[in-house]
Design a protein. Structure first.
Length: 406
């Protein structure tokens, strides 16, 4: 084994990853070694403002000291029991997340994709046992350009060729309709429809905000037709859009809400299905599970991640700083920007046809100490931790303006 006090050089890290790892990502060539709040440092000590926040998993900022302490404390006591036994953290996690979100029942899982899969399973079972759908006929409606994760069932109803090509055959029972079109939903529902799965704002698609009134129309249609409305808030939830849950912007309540990512503040994979009693109520012992789901370490971390989000005013800060950042970005006078859009601190800049690839701008921003990632060819997403300050945004604008005005 080759080790040195300074570790490897960047090109050595990249070489080893390239040789030994599956090439399922194309990361920026920055090797991060430390993070604190909105900042991360590479192995050479260069400092960057993180404008991706691990796809909104570190809303609370990197290595939040209170969450870290909770993790260390719990790690010294008990980390994993499996659900074969009870542990003294799970009930407290249930209480906290239910009180905060107005939820009636919780199913704890680990990754976001697992939460999505779990919700789909529960919705199908609800369809057969409560709604009375004939055996194996359940239909679930999803939207074009959705992103719900990477498992087989989920990529089976993706419309992104890169996500699905050559991974089939896929699970049947899914129907795809345009996003933002409530009439298409009404038309697609049949007596066998058990659920509509949708993101309140499509994050991976490029921060696509549906037309005003869409979600309330969707809510009404689902209620009328006895269809479970499942909102995937894995990216939009937990303060990212300036509300605890993005559904609050429209004054609606989903039947099932999926959270993950920032549920642990980035320390640990924790996700959850939050639902009305009826839908999760169909699951009985042995019918679903996860070895790590609901483990005491995850529960202790998640409780603290939720607490700091609220106690430290991160949701309000997201609304305020999001508006400030979006205004500042909109004020850039540039031929390469076609649109700035967003809600809270989930912001995207869409580039014009002539602009060239978004990746080039991300590389230029990296040179100036800002890390962000392109979504698709022409979109740059700005989603810093929710603790970002005005001064930090002002500094960021000094870096972003010349890159985009060019
Ligand atoms: C990230 C994401 C997921 C998947 O989460 P993983 O933890 O990567 O499995 C699902 N839905 C949305 C909207 C996401 O942004």
């Amino acid at each position: 084994m080759k080790t040195s006090p300074k570790g490897l050089t960047p090109s050595e890290y990249i070489g080893i990853e390239s040789e030994l790892g599956a090439h399922n990502y194309k990361p920026l060539d920055v090797i991060l070694a430390r993070g604190e709040g909105v900042w991360v440092w590479d192995t050479d000590g260069n400092k960057y403002l993180d404008c991706l926040s691990a796809y909104s998993a570190v809303n609370q900022g990197h290595c939040h000291p209170v969450i870290r302490q909770a993790m260390l404390d719990q790690a010294e006591k008990l980390t994993l029991t499996s659900r074969a036994f009870r542990n003294d953290q799970l009930a407290l996690f249930y209480e906290d997340i239910c009180a905060l979100t107005g939820t009636h029942k919780v199913l704890p899982m680990n990754s976001g994709a697992e939460a999505v899969e779990s919700a789909l399973k529960a919705a199908r079972k609800w369809g057969y046992e409560v709604k009375g759908v004939p055996e194996d006929q359940a239909e679930i409606i999803v939207c074009e350009n959705n992103f719900h994760g990477r498992t087989l069932a989920i990529v089976g109803f993706s419309t992104d060729p890169t996500a699905r090509n050559n991974f089939g055959p896929f699970a049947p029972g899914f129907k795809v309709i345009p996003f933002g079109d409530s009439e298409a939903l009404a038309a697609a529902i049949t007596p066998n429809t058990v659920a509509f799965l949708v993101e309140p704002i499509q994050g991976e698609a490029g921060v696509i905000i549906p037309p005003a009134g869409y979600l309330s129309a969707v809510r009404e249609i689902c209620s009328d037709q006895n269809v479970t409305l499942i909102l995937d808030e894995i990216q939009t939830g937990l303060g990212r859009t300036g509300k605890l849950l993005a559904e609050e912007h429209d004054g609606i309540e989903a039947d099932v809400t999926l959270v993950g990512k920032a549920l642990s503040g980035g320390f640990y994979p924790v996700s959850a299905v939050l639902s009305s009693t009826e839908v999760l109520g169909v699951l009985k012992p042995g019918e679903h599970g996860s070895t790590f789901g609901g483990n005491p370490l995850a529960c202790a971390v998640a409780r603290t991640a939720l607490r700091v989000l609220v106690e430290e005013g991160m949701v309000e800060n997201s609304a305020e700083m999001g508006a400030y950042f979006q205004d500042a970005l909109s004020s850039i006078n540039s031929d390469v920007i076609s649109e700035v859009r967003g809600r809270g601190l989930l912001i995207a800049i869409e580039l014009t046809e002539e602009a060239g690839d978004a990746r080039n701008y991300c590389n230029a921003l990296q040179e100036r100490g800002i890390l962000c990632k392109e979504t698709h060819l022409k979109i740059i997403r700005f989603a810093p931790p929710l603790i970002i300050t005005k001064d930090q945004i002002d500094w960021a604008m000094e870096q972003i303006r010349p890159v985009l005005a060019a």
